[in-house]
Design a protein around this ligand. Structure first.
Ligand code: SAH
Length: 277
């Protein structure tokens, strides 16, 4: 169809505009992609599950001594601080701990990524944000006694060990219990007491605890864990069906009463039970 010179130049203007807009869209997409690579996706992230900044001033981010320091700092800033975690002690712990020491050799590049990673035996190390959220909810003070159910790689236990000297952790899979114990020793977390057992029953001889954290999901809150909480004690636990909708709860014992707070939806590996109990 014939177009007047004016119409032609309008078409050219529109084409130019479309070109500029496309260019801008491409730039925006590239920026977003860079952002996602750094901080992952999802506001309501899943947790440990299926091969599911503001840090302490004393922590060095020098790349010469630790090639992962920069990635770790980005993890804290982009995944943890950005989602609202403010507890300086938790942030400093996660800025310090070499998470790459807790993942499989083939996943080293992913060690500080915004998702859980496999650790063998169908189990996973939790997503960094979930570790930070659960730890913050425990409100651990130095000297308090804390119990973890589900040692896995030992990473969460190391985070707890940065906050208090009294850390107990139970793992049901013998090989994971052994490798986590060795790793924690090697990395200097010698005060962590490890045990290979069914954590449903807690750790009676060491009870009562100021705080208990469960990093696998049972379908109900194990009564022994509530019993082993001190007055004023906090239990942070995901509860729900395997692979289904699970809720992260904080349960506090106060003046003989048990107060339950629903924190958020999560996805954890199931708390399994040993046949002998
Ligand atoms: N906290 C871990 C990740 C937990 S994955 C970390 O930082 O790496 C959940 C772990 O809970 C798995 O290692 C699984 O074997 C363990 N687990 C499942 N049921 C358990 C039970 N009844 N008692 C103790 N550990 C259990």
């Amino acid at each position: 169809m014939f177009q007047s010179p004016g119409g032609f130049s309008r078409t050219r203007q529109r084409l130019c505009l479309a070109f500029v807009l496309a260019l801008l869209a491409m730039l925006a997409a590239m920026t977003l992609m860079a952002l996602f690579a750094g901080c992952g996706s999802g506001e309501k992230p899943a947790s440990t599950a299926v091969p599911s900044g503001g840090a302490g001033a004393s922590v060095s981010t020098s790349t010469a001594s630790d090639p992962y320091a920069e990635a770790r700092h980005r993890m804290v800033e982009n995944q943890i601080v950005a989602r609202g975690i403010t507890d300086e002690r938790v942030l400093a712990a996660m800025e310090k701990i070499p998470r790459h020491e807790f993942v499989l050799a083939e996943d080293l590049k992913e060690a500080y990524a915004d998702h859980p990673l496999p650790i063998g035996f169908g189990q996973t190390i939790s997503q960094p944000y979930i570790v930070a959220l659960m730890t913050e909810l425990l409100e651990l003070k130095p000297g308090e006694k804390v119990l973890e159910i589900g040692t896995g790689s030992g990473y969460q236990a190391a985070v707890l060990a940065e906050l208090t000297d009294e850390v107990y952790t139970v793992e049901i899979i013998p090989q994971l219990a052994a490798s986590a114990a060795e790793r924690l020793q090697r990395l200097g977390y010698t005060q962590v007491k490890t045990r290979n057992a069914d954590g449903y029953y807690g750790w009676e001889e060491a009870a009562p605890f100021d705080a208990i954290i469960v990093t696998a999901a049972p379908d109900h809150v194990p009564p022994p864990l509530v019993e082993q909480l001190k007055e004023g004690g906090r239990l942070v636990i995901p509860v729900g069906p395997p692979g289904g909708y699970q809720t992260l709860w904080r349960i506090t014992k106060s003046e003989g009463k048990v107060i339950s707070e629903n924190i958020t939806g999560v996805l954890f590996v199931p708390l399994t039970r040993s046949p002998s109990g």
